[in-house]
Each structure stands twice: as structure tokens, then as C-alpha cells.
Design a protein around this ligand. Structure first.
Ligand SMILES: N[C@@H](CCC(=O)N[C@@H](CS)C(=O)NCC(=O)O)C(=O)O
Length: 202
């Protein structure tokens, strides 16, 4: 292996896409390996914890869990705070995004009636509470740490983008409308030149 390899499903979403964006913004020349879902069952037990993304670096064992990957990239390339307390604060917010995914993701596999009921319950309670907690921990603007984009912002961006596009059935696109700081992070990441460059690539 001559260059880093980021392995994820062939979709521009979630944990894999935030790691791809981090590598791109860090200026790392990486191999963007995209797995067909049909190939996944045979691969699953070969990954460190049975999930993707996985980052492979020359001479190192495979690294998994999106937050570990993001923190490593962030630390090495100035996209994560050097101050240990501020870094931990960022990691707390990154864990908050993982909590959101852990609660919402099971609904992806539900049949329609069960999915509708589960998501309506999330809209009534969990999602607004999650967003309020995110918003009150956003002490700076436009990014979580102030003026510069860091890996936590990529994670928040992917999480917010998931919902506000209006493509998650039974969850209104306005679900985070009362959380202006959360929306501001999303918009600032979306409009960041490096992020725009990633999506403009052919
Ligand atoms: N804690 C892990 C979760 C990994 C995870 O569950 N990834 C999903 C895709 S976003 C996956 O691999 N799903 C397929 C499976 O679990 O078999 C992380 O943060 O990377």
C-alpha cells in the first residue's frame, strides 16, 4: 500500500463521507475505496469492529470508528484543536452526532408502518431535544471552534444535511429550524471552498 485508503460504501453520506471530506480538506492524497453492498457481508468480519468506514495507513493496522479516524486526521493536519480540553469538547459533540445516528439508523431497516410510528415519535421528542443540546453547545460561530472549520464541523454538517434535505420520510425538513447555530454550521461547511471543491470534482 503506497497511500492511505478510506473504505466505505459507495454513497456520499454519513460516517464515510465525513472522513473523505476530512482527508480532502487535509490535502491527503488517498484512495477512495467504495464498496458495493453485495460485497459487504464477506468483508464485515475482516474489518476491526464489523463496520465502515475503515482507514488503512501504510505500515499500520486498519483503523475504524469514524470519530477515531476523524480525530487522527484532524490532529495530524490541523483540523482538530491542539488544546486538550477544547479537543475533548469537540469530541463530545462528535459523540453527540453518533448518538443521533444510533437512535435514527434502526428506523432505516423498519417496515413502513413501524418506521412511520418510530420516526413520528422521534420528531415529537428525541430530535428536537438532540438539536437543542447541539445548539447550546455551539459556543462560537460560524464553526464549532470559531473561525476555522475542523473535523467536528464535518460531522455536524453530514448529520444536519441528512435531515434538512427533506428526504427522510416522516421527518420534516424543518426539524432543526429552531436551532439557528446548528443550521449556521451546516451552511458554513456547505459553503467552505474546500468542501465545494470536493463536490465540484468530476
Ligand atoms: N461506530 C462506528 C459505526 C460504523 C457503522 O455502523 N457503519 C455503518 C455504515 S455508516 C455500517 O458499517 N453498516 C453496515 C453494518 O453494520 O453491517 C463508526 O463510527 O464508524
Amino acid at each position: 500500500m503506497t497511500k492511505p485508503k478510506l473504505i466505505y460504501f459507495d454513497a456520499p453520506v454519513s460516517r464515510g463521507e465525513e472522513c473523505r471530506l476530512a482527508l480532502h480538506l487535509a490535502g491527503v492524497d488517498f484512495e477512495d475505496v467504495r464498496i458495493n453492498p453485495a460485497a459487504w457481508p464477506a468483508m464485515k468480519e475482516q474489518t476491526p469492529y464489523g463496520g465502515l468506514p475503515v482507514l488503512e495507513l501504510p505500515g499500520k493496522p486498519a483503523l475504524a470508528h469514524s470519530n477515531a479516524i476523524l480525530v487522527l486526521i484532524g490532529r495530524r493536519h490541523g483540523l482538530h484543536p491542539a488544546d486538550d480540553f477544547e479537543a475533548a469538547r469537540h469530541e463530545g459533540m462528535m459523540q453527540h452526532v453518533e448518538t443521533l445516528r444510533a437512535v435514527v439508523s434502526p428506523t432505516l431497516r423498519m417496515e413502513e408502518a413501524e418506521k412511520k410510528a418510530a420516526r413520528e415519535a422521534l420528531v415529537a421528542d428525541f430530535l428536537p431535544a438532540w438539536a437543542r443540546a447541539a445548539d447550546r453547545n455551539l459556543l462560537n460561530t460560524p464553526f464549532f471552534g470559531g473561525d476555522t472549520l475542523q473535523v467536528v464541523d464535518l460531522k455536524l454538517y453530514l448529520a444536519v444535511r441528512w435531515f434538512i434535505g427533506g428526504k427522510v420520510d416522516h421527518i420534516p425538513a424543518t426539524i432543526f429550524a429552531n436551532c439557528p447555530k446548528l443550521i449556521a454550521v451546516h451552511d458554513a461547511v456547505r459553503d467552505h471552498p474546500g468542501v465545494r471543491a470536493w463536490y465540484a470534482r468530476s
